[in-house]
Design a protein around this ligand. Structure first.
Ligand SMILES: NC(=O)c1ccc[n+]([C@@H]2O[C@H](COP(=O)([O-])OP(=O)(O)OC[C@H]3O[C@@H](n4cnc5c(N)ncnc54)[C@H](O)[C@@H]3O)[C@@H](O)[C@H]2O)c1
Ligand SMILES: [Zn+2]
Length: 349
């Protein structure tokens, strides 16, 4: 088992290992020094498979467990469910000393984190991410959010959990596609921050080095969010592939996994940057080959104008300029800034 301490406004611990969840009750108790109510905000399907293990461990440690479950789909991250959960917390007399524990993928983590950040102006939060994407990416960095009908993640805050447990035990039941969608975010981090991780992903069978790869990805993200918790500079690099990726997700009505859309986005932007000599062509081919190794899509037939229209509606565009990340070579990302029309030309090549 490995442990990371994430520094920041509210520091927290992240554990990575196998079968840690059997000890989750004790792990939390050691940190709180008292027992309280634990509201498990969970993904319905995940609860069916793993709920008993988590509940039993918490109850054995002396916690009173309450369950609030959500359908495992992006639509669940909405205001209606938020109102339902606030009522649930109130009716169950949940107080500031109690805690919310997220058990599920990034959807549940974002939603439960937002509840914990806002109920009673903030109660304690523990995150147990159960997808690869959530373990390497969304559970680190404190971003929480819910969706509006106008778009994803439009309302949110930064709220740090006090504990994150990334247990590879969960990953065995992920579908092939969901697993690879998580690998896409790992490839992203390798492409812009770590040549060494990129090499491992190329050479090894990921299942043989899974815990190491997750730990390495968390280390990279830790380094980035510690330097720039509020996304003013270096954290923007983590959006590599996301400008086009988000636009594609929207164009396809979210019937593509986030990680898959990011894979297309990384390839798209890198193909264009290699045409301009910003990226060397060999690096572009290496990135494309690695994405293909994990059966990730590298292109799309969605109409370019639709993608561009969606990019223009992105919440991360301010004024007339757009910031985006390019991969100069494997392991090295750079933020570029272009006027919108120049960016359109850049994308069109
Ligand atoms: N906060 C951040 O920094 C951040 C970063 C990236 C993504 N996100 C958010 O994360 C969400 C996507 O998260 P995700 O990719 O983890 O998907 P998800 O949470 O939507 O889960 C996807 C599917 O996997 C199932 N599932 C989860 N764990 C499982 C397991 N162990 N075994 C079998 N099935 C399992 C769920 O039931 C669901 O059907 C989006 O809402 C996105 O906005 C947040
Ligand atoms: Zn992402």
């Amino acid at each position: 088992m490995r442990k990371f301490n994430i520094k920041g406004k509210e520091p927290y611990e992240v554990f990575v290992g196998e079968k840690i969840i059997f000890e989750i009750g004790e792990l939390i108790k050691q940190r709180l020094n008292f027992c309280c109510k634990v509201v498990l905000v969970c993904d319905e399907l995940v609860f069916k498979i793993y709920g008993d293990i988590v509940k039993k461990s918490l109850e054995e440690a002396g916690f009173l467990v309450l369950i609030f479950s959500l359908k495992g789909e992006e639509k669940s991250k909405n205001f209606e469910n938020l109102t339902r959960v606030y009522s649930f917390l109130f009716k169950n007399n949940v107080k500031r000393k109690d805690l919310i524990l997220a058990l599920g993928g990034g959807m549940v983590g974002d939603f439960a984190g937002f509840c914990a950040a806002t109920y009673l102006r903030g109660i304690k939060f523990v995150n147990i991410p159960t997808t690869l994407l959530a373990q390497v990416d969304s559970s680190i960095g404190g971003k929480t959010a819910v969706n509006l009908k106008f778009g994803k993640n439009l309302v949110g805050v930064i709220k740090s959990p006090f504990l994150v447990v990334c247990d590879v035990f969960f990953l065995k039941t992920l579908s092939f596609r969901m697993f690879n969608a998580g690998v896409s975010e790992i490839i992203k981090m390798a492409a812009i921050f770590s040549k060494e991780l990129f090499k491992i992903l190329v050479k090894e069978k990921i299942s043989n080095v899974l815990e190491d790869v997750i730990a390495k990805s968390i280390e990279i993200k830790k380094d980035v969010v510690e330097k720039d918790e509020f996304e003013k500079n270096v954290r923007m690099k983590l959006n590599f592939g996301h400008t086009v990726g988000h636009a594609l997700e929207k164009a396809l009505n979210f019937e593509i996994h986030h990680g898959e859309a990011v894979a297309v986005g990384m390839c798209f932007i890198t193909k264009q940057s290699s045409k301009l000599g910003i990226t060397n062509f060999k690096s572009y081919l290496k990135l494309k080959a690695l994405l293909e190794k994990y059966s990730l899509p590298v292109e799309t037939d969605v109409n370019f104008n639709l993608i561009f229209e969606n990019i223009m509606a992105d919440k991360k565009i301010f004024g007339d300029e757009i910031n985006f990340c390019v991969m100069k070579k494997i392991g090295e990302g750079e933020i570029m800034s272009l006027p919108i029309l120049k960016f359109k030309d850049f994308l069109k090549g």
